[in-house]
Design a protein around this ligand. Sequence first.
Ligand SMILES: *Cc1c(COP(=O)(O)O)cnc(C)c1O
Length: 343
Amino acid sequence: MNIVDLRSDTVTKPTPAMWDAMAHAEVGDDVYGEDPTVNKLEAMAAERMGKEAALFVVSGTMGNLVALLAHCQRGDEAIIGDKSHTFLYEQGGMAALGGIMPHTVPNQMEGTLCLSDVRDAIRGDDEHFPRTRLICLENTHNACNGAPLTPWYMGRVAEVAREHGLKIHVDGARIFNAAAALGVDVRELVKDADSVMFCLSKGLCAPVGSMLCGSHEFIKEARRARKVLGGGMRQAGVIAAAGVVALEQMTERLVEDHARAKRLAEGLAELPTVVVEPVFTNILYFRLAPEVTLTAAEVAERLREYGILIGPRSARSFRAVTHYWIDDEGVERMIEAMREILS
Ligand SMILES: *Cc1c(COP(=O)(O)O)cnc(C)c1O
């Protein structure tokens, strides 16, 4: 029985085309700027985002941290959502390693920050205060039902940023999911951002890596920051080759993952003891109704017997993520298994 792994889109193994590209990658020393495959991937990423330049980094966490280090000095402040991945799940790297102070603002249910909250969070010019430098946004928003932020919203945040001379960084780990869900070119989503990070290693199926994109000047600073973090890689073309395939072949098909997440939501919503959250992209949150006596961990354990892996989020709730290696049969198996376990 093949395993239906709904824990995350990070579990995606490389596609056959990626294995082939990695086996035959042309490589060189990327710290010398001599890896042709990394150079190609960086040029492609910049082009896709409509930015001047790009940098290949080992992970999304490194990409966000490098961006923060490049935008901010020690003691500067960054405005950031209180449910954002960077605030919750990156060990406070900005503070720990960059001396950058996070100024949290509540994330609204659809992943946005209220513009009035952002305005209130911006510090005036006063020697008592840290200097506000940066606004961080997340698109799609992992903890807010995988919701996409729209070009319209980005434009409104950019107005506030421009008024106050602030930069904008987008944690776009799943920015191509946002573009697919909204039916817009990804450039539209990031044209108002000074920098954007996106992951090759999630729905795009590459084994390793994320891209950070921005101006030439910004990427020059980011390259320095990557080096001090130990992220200067040598013959990284071996893994960058899979990233090239990811950008060439994997972005358009994300709508299939979204359709399967919707189908999963519909199937689970038919069960009287499951409460399903709204689904926008490839991420679905759902929880057990109060009358269910099993805990989420117990349900997850029972699902293993059906060859299904899923991540409990709390004592009563789950996150399921669809991706390239989840097919229609896997979605139906999950719905049927939940029906049997909860009946
Ligand atoms: C996964 C993720 C990251 C971090 O990426 P890693 O490659 O796991 O370090 C950052 N932001 C968001 C929204 C993510 O989902």
